[in-house]
Design a protein around this ligand. Structure first.
Ligand code: ADP
Ligand code: AMP
Length: 215
């Protein structure tokens, strides 16, 4: 099962991908998480990505395609995976199909979460993340059990550098400029499922699970 999550930054892709990962027992692959880990590690990829991410710009296609290509051949991806934040350009969508085809695989479902920009800015302001476990929280809508600590790993939660309002608005503009051909690409293959992302985390989860369970 290969699932792609689409939707603007802050739509809830990471939150739902995390829930689905536990439900389906297949890993969530977040290019944003991988790039943040590369920055922390000080790797070549991290050096290429750091300034771009801080400004809310996209990292070059060849960098993200490279990290996904290496990741999907790992043993834990053998029965499937969930993509969160990739593809973000039509080139990435086509590169994904090519690397899947080389392994006799295809994308099974594309879930696009729809949330309007004002709600997104409010969500990002309250977002807190756990970089080791990959869990995502919101100070009001989805708080951890112990304030400031991850429920899964106990690590300290942090606020992302690119969750400031001006950077969030820039990321939303980039999304609006790049998403149309990707959605058309998946629509033309009858893979696209639109889900209203403004309902509660639980209600969005229920809708996604019903889509996943449809043949
Ligand atoms: P994305 O991965 O699409 O950027 P996230 O999953 O990180 O989005 O969610 C952005 C913020 O919104 C987080 O703080 C998250 O806890 C919160 N959030 C996610 N889904 C919902 C929801 N359905 N209702 C309210 N807040 C949500
Ligand atoms: P995310 O965690 O998905 O919100 O991504 C955070 C940032 O990482 C984005 O604003 C981009 O700078 C970068 N990034 C993540 N995924 C990609 C991708 N598929 N293509 C280009 N840049 C990406």
């Amino acid at each position: 099962m290969i699932i792609v999550f689409m939707g603007p930054p802050g739509a809830g892709k990471g939150t739902q991908a995390q829930i689905l990962q536990e439900n389906l027992q297949i890993p969530k692959l977040s290019t944003g998480d991988m790039l943040r880990a590369a920055i922390t590690a000080g790797s070549e990829v991290g050096k290429k990505a750091e300034a771009l991410m801080k400004n809310g710009d996209l990292v070059p296609d060849e960098v993200v395609v490279g990290i996904i290509k290496e990741r999907i051949i790992q043993a834990d991806c053998a029965t499937g995976f969930i993509l969160d934040g990739f593809p973000r350009t039509i080139n990435q969508a086509q590169a994904l199909d090519k690397m899947l085809k080389d392994n006799n695989l295809i994308v099974d479902k594309v879930i696009c979460l729809d949330v309007n920009p004002d709600i997104i800015v409010a969500r990002q302001a309250g977002r807190r993340i756990a970089s080791k476990s990959g869990c995502v929280y919101h100070v009001e809508h989805n708080p951890p059990k112990v304030p400031g600590k991850c429920d899964v790993s106990g690590e300290d939660l942090i606020q992302r550098d690119d969750d400031k309002e001006d950077v969030v608005r820039h990321r939303l503009e980039i999304y609006a400029d790049t998403v149309k051909p990707i959605l058309e690409y998946y629509e033309s293959q009858s893979l696209l499922h639109n889900v209203k992302g403004t309902s509660s985390v639980e209600a969005v989860k229920t809708e996604i699970l019903s889509i996943i369970n449809q043949k």
